[in-house]
Design a protein around this ligand. Sequence first.
Ligand code: C5P
Length: 350
Amino acid sequence: MTSGIDRLAPVVRLAPAKINLTLAVLGRRSDGFHALHSVMAPLDLADRLAVTAVAPPAAGDRLADSLHVSGLDPGPPDANLVLRAFGVTRAFVRPTWSGAPAEPPPLAARLEKRIPVAAGLGGGSSDAAAAIGAALEAWAADATADERIRLAAELGSDVPFFLAGGLALVEGRGERITPLAGIRASEPPGVLLVSPSVAVSTTAVFGAYVAGGGAPNPSSRLTSAHLADELATGTLGSAELVARTGVLATANDLVAATATVEPRLPRFRRALARVLGRPVAQSGSGPTLFALYPSIQPARTAADAVREALGAGTLTPPGPGSVEVFAAQFANSTLVRAGARDGVGVEVTG
Ligand code: C5P
């Protein structure tokens, strides 16, 4: 399956952020993870990963991949999922490797972080998914879609979603991905992202969820299923999606658990909703909060208003650190565009 290395230029991948439009927790599985029903959307806010296969080491030397991280809050490279993704991909490629050199050679990676870390935006998971694809390409190695999903699931529950590349219903622990047709709109909806720098680990949030009794919430499940159905048929317009934000904001079953881990967050969320005059939802296990807009421009105006309120002290951050405020938009892959002339025909864009 492997044809050796013929590529010297770096393989470059964009690793998009995601938001969870819904997140219903259905119950605990026998492996300790939770079964989910979540509609997830990729955004145009993305990290950038560049990967190059380097000269193989001299006989007897150890293979070592390297990673240089720059940009927003990079964190320690050793903890980065990119290096773990190279490891699992190498273990997958090695048994059938027939190229020269004798082993898949080391990879040198540069990661430019634009997505806040540990924020509920899936940045680390997206980097990992991009790293699997980039490593395979740098080694000129193949893997089927199922094989890629297995590698992704080894690295984290959110990683398989990022292999699909569009709006998707995510089920199981995160490994069952059903692509959804998309939002019927001529331009991508805008998203205001507000990321306070308070530490909220996914593990701690699920721990708090279990400690709180972990009872499934049938209404989140219904909201999530309804949204998935509408997005599967490609009939939901962006104005309708925006109008749903209030309902969607109640369809994240981790909100109460996140508040247990970071008790200052609910007050900040209420204050943010007052500044914006619209409902605010939590992405994943938080702490990132988001509001939806029909396009990027009103999201930018809202971002200015939030920065101004933070600067004026009328909106108080939930902790001592700074608050990242971004205007982003849904990735183009989430759109079903209305027919250009008659407004009836639909075309799925990739
Ligand atoms: O898979 P990932 O490393 O992202 O998960 C972090 C933690 O979140 C897990 O150790 C688990 O405690 C919890 N989790 C869960 N059910 C999921 C996803 C994550 O319980 N579907």
